[in-house]
Design a binder for this molecule. Structure first.
Ligand code: FE2
Length: 254
């Protein structure tokens, strides 16, 4: 429900990767499309109408009061006025400019084989809160792995689409070895398949998209970091895992 304009003001064609929830909405038969959306002054007038209305909302919620406890289990009752005006965090357009992100890649690229986590940064949108997402349904991460980095095999319910931006390597997914290089897209974790990634001599930079936040919202983000008998946990619903980062960093600085 936001107006989006994409303008190529250069002299060459450009390519971009875009996410839309329209396929989901079409499947649910609730897809709504505006052919001539309000922009500029017209859109400002619309938001003026909305803000005039907001005083009515506040007084309705005040009249209704807050949640009231039922029994001693923590169960509560919530008035209807809260259902039609849930607490919200404004979801704003955000930009992770590559030059600024790239400044932070050296620290993860310096991690060596033996590190039990993944050498990456999440492109985090704080509006997503505990879902740790870029949107409320997906996260995007940038992995920067050094030469011949081998990550541990692990499993999770979320699926991972990996777009290799630079370098080369291979992944073992459900026992199948997939060789990849710059420009390739690899699906590395169709739900619960054991998988691990390794780079070759040139290391790799990878954009990964996962439906991790969506699963947190459904309480279905089941994860196993150590597939040789480690615990299986539901992330976002209980305490999760740690890595050996503190030990690895001490070794680097010693
Ligand atoms: Fe994974």
């Amino acid at each position: 429900m936001r107006v989006e304009t994409i303008l190529n003001n250069g002299t060459e064609p450009f390519t971009y990767v875009s996410y839309s929830n329209s396929p989901l909405l079409r499947k649910l038969e609730v897809f709504y499309e505006e052919y001539d959306p309000a922009e500029g002054e017209e859109a400002a007038a619309d938001s003026q109408i909305a803000s005039t209305y907001s005083s009515k909302i506040a007084s309705a919620k005040e009249a209704a009061g807050g949640a009231i406890p039922v029994g001693d289990s923590g169960a509560m009752l919530l008035p209807y006025e809260h259902l039609i005006d849930p607490d919200f965090v404004e979801s704003r357009p955000l930009l992770w400019q590559w030059d600024e992100v790239a400044e932070h890649l050296g620290i993860v690229r310096s991690l060596k084989t033996g590190y039990t986590g993944r050498p990456l940064w999440c492109l985090y949108n704080p509006a997503t809160g505990i879902r740790n997402g870029t949107t409320f349904s997906f996260f995007a991460t940038i992995t920067a792995a050094g030469p011949n980095f081998t990550g541990p095999a692990h499993k999770h319910v979320s699926a991972a689409i990996n777009y290799i931006l630079d370098g080369s390597g291979y992944s073992i997914v459900d026992g199948v070895r997939l060789e990849w290089g710059a420009g390739d897209i690899m699906l590395s974790a169709p739900g619960w398949a054991p998988h691990g990634h390794a780079t070759k001599d040139d290391g790799a930079v990878i954009l990964t998209i996962q439906d991790h936040p969506l699963h947190i919202g459904m309480e279905s983000l089941i994860w196993q970091e150590d597939i040789k008998g480690g615990p299986i946990l539901t992330l976002g619903s209980e305490a999760g895992f740690g890595t050996n980062l503190a030990t690895v960093q001490n070794k680097t600085t010693a």
